[in-house]
Design a protein around this ligand. Structure first.
Ligand code: B1M
Length: 214
């Protein structure tokens, strides 16, 4: 039963069928599935398959866009259903996808889970210039600046943020966390970020650690 709904989610994303993706997301939540389970075992494997087909030239940009739209709509339903956690920790997190990159599906899942854990979030969206991360962090009074990137070509912008923070004498004022499919712990260490998270759940764990060491 549960396996079937995961398969339906995968298929809806592969077909780029937004109506079906929305219907499956609503049905799954309605049947009491854990929102993040439905995401991790259904919709994410679906969009990953789409990415693989795109990379190997078996699926083209228009189809990728249909699948992405279906994924965005399903993600909005799932994010809204993530339950608030108990034992909340306080902290202000500024987050966005770096300049040059419009991928934001994963980042919005991270934002939803951060919110569910009681953090105060300012989401700057996608394609965010480095200088804006810093200006907004100052205005918001952020504790943590989080950046997401999905393109190997824009990973360097995460490094640019570290450099700009240092240049402006603000590096010690904030903790930084980096994420996104091509990002690794090794990359985080190399650029001097304070933390790396591989998914939304890991992100919550890492920001809690960062805040307790602040
Ligand atoms: Co694009 N795309 N895309 N794409 N796309 C990738 C990333 C790609 C790997 C596909 C491929 O070729 N296999 C490839 C990049 C190759 C590379 O860099 N080496 C690629 C490309 C090439 C492109 C374009 C250049 C295509 C073109 O125009 N020719 C273009 C880029 C435009 C630009 O940004 N300037 C493009 C466009 C698009 C769409 C707009 C169609 C759409 C995005 C829609 C949107 O985001 N609103 C899209 C999509 C959907 C994908 C794939 C298929 C799926 C991405 C996704 O949503 N994954 C992707 C292939 C792939 O990644 N398998 C691909 C699901 C999501 C839940 O996972 O984002 O990894 P993810 O987030 C995870 C973790 O990474 C982590 O937690 C999340 C939840 O678990 N995480 C964080 C993420 N951010 C975090 C931040 C944190 C902590 C954890 O703290 C701050």
């Amino acid at each position: 039963m549960t396996e079937k709904i995961f398969e339906e989610a995968i298929e809806a994303i592969l077909k780029g069928d937004a109506d079906k993706a929305v219907e499956v997301a609503k049905r799954g939540i309605g049947e009491g599935l854990e929102p993040l389970d439905l995401m991790d075992k259904g919709f994410i494997p679906g969009i990953n398959k789409v990415g693989d087909l795109f990379e190997t030239g078996r699926l083209f940009l228009p189809a990728l866009i249909y699948s992405a739209t279906a994924m965005e709509k399903a993600t909005a339903i799932i994010n809204a259903a993530i339950p608030a956690e108990k034992g909340l920790v306080s902290g202000k997190i500024l987050i966005g996808t770096v300049e040059g990159d419009v991928h934001d599906i994963g980042k919005t899942i991270v934002v939803a889970l951060f919110k569910a854990n009681g953090f105060e979030i300012l989401d700057l969206g996608r394609d965010v210039p480095t200088v804006r991360f810093i200006d907004e962090a100052e205005k918001f009074g952020a504790d943590i600046i989080g950046t997401s990137t999905l393109l190997t070509t824009t990973m360097v912008v995460q490094k640019e943020l570290e450099q700009e923070l240092k240049k402006s004498g603000l590096r010690d004022k904030y903790k930084t966390i980096v994420g996104g499919a091509p990002v690794t712990q090794r990359w985080a260490d190399r650029i001097g970020a304070d933390a790396y998270a591989q998914d939304a759940g890991d992100g919550v764990k890492k920001v809690k650690e960062l805040l307790s060491n602040k």
